[in-house]
Design a protein around this ligand. Structure first.
Ligand code: PDD
Length: 288
């Protein structure tokens, strides 16, 4: 794969791609982003990602300078030019470059950046290692439904998790209410029902989360989109994380305490398989 970037209409080598020091994404974190997984050279659930991107931009009052169809065209060209078969596309939209001021500048043009990066081929399900998580207070703002590039609380929590040997920090708010991970959504099987935080302003409504919910509904697994607390998490028989880069990732221990069942438990395992089925349907059996 070749690392190619696209900035506002121009392709270049990723290492040579440049944006202004006065870009508001750089100075103020004034922007939004998406990460789209590419399998077999085909972007997975592209429409859902572009729709969320549009909504995030709208929520912070940035006008997307390209239509959804134009962005699709760029992504497909980027995948071709960078020979990206197994990887991801990162895209970021900021309010643009202007003299530093908290106020929105007049007549500023948004900056849209995209680039591709390689990720290894997905491992066989049996090779996916169940992971440990820690729990930490959710110190983010109250608009987590926006996929903003302001990721400092996420990065700090993720770093703490890594230093504790965990793959993810599961975040909780007042009353020990579990919201999500620093870069993933969290599911748990509690009293025989699958639970996950509802898609409110307190979480990012994950595309992988939506796929998992759809699979669960189709297979008539008891499901409650209802928040759970730390005590309930501790009593869960299964826990897993979902995200574009992690897919469905089984969790074996929380805060150093092993779950009741060895991970992946039966529900998680079925989801891992069904999720792979969705990848196969959309990206592997495709003959575009
Ligand atoms: N993270 N919650 C948060 C806070 C996230 O940052 C992400 C994604 C998710 C899962 O969303 P999705 O299933 O659409 O990827 C939930 C991306 C992958 C990242 O920042 O790298």
């Amino acid at each position: 794969m070749q690392n190619i970037a696209w900035i506002d209409g121009t392709f270049s080598a990723l290492s040579e791609a440049k944006i202004s020091i006065e870009d508001r994404g750089y100075l103020l974190g004034d922007g939004v982003y998406e990460v789209i997984r590419v399998y077999n050279g085909i972007p997975f659930y592209l429409d859902s990602h572009l729709e969320r991107f549009r909504k995030s931009a709208e929520a912070i009052r940035i006008k997307t300078p390209f239509t959804i169809d134009q962005m699709k065209g760029v992504i497909s060209e980027l995948i071709k030019k960078s020979v990206c078969t197994e990887g991801y596309i990162y895209m970021q939209l900021t309010r643009g470059s202007a003299r530093r001021d908290h106020l929105f500048p007049a007549d500023v043009s948004p900056t849209l950046v995209m680039y591709g990066r390689e990720l290894g081929k997905i491992p066989e399900i049996d090779a996916v290692e169940p992971q440990e998580c820690i729990t930490l207070p959710d110190e983010r703002w109250l608009n987590c439904y926006i996929k903003t590039i302001n990721l400092l609380p996420n990065a700090l929590a993720r770093q703490k998790a890594a230093e504790a040997g965990a793959i993810e920090a599961v975040l909780y708010r007042k009353g020990g209410i579990v919201t999500e991970g620093t870069r993933s959504n969290v599911f748990a099987v509690i009293d025989g029902k699958v639970r996950t935080h509802p898609a409110t302003n307190l979480i990012l409504s994950g595309i992988s989360r939506a796929i998992v919910l759809e699979i669960l509904r189709e297979s008539e697994v008891p499901l409650l989109e209802k928040a759970f607390d730390l005590q309930e998490l501790e009593s869960a028989s299964e826990v897993w994380l979902t995200s574009t880069t992690m897919e469905v990732n089984p969790v074996k221990a929380v805060d150093g305490k092993l779950l009741e069942r060895p991970a992946p438990g039966p529900v998680c395992r079925r989801l891992m398989e069904a999720f792979r089925g969705r990848i196969a349907e959309e990206c592997l059996e495709d003959v575009r």
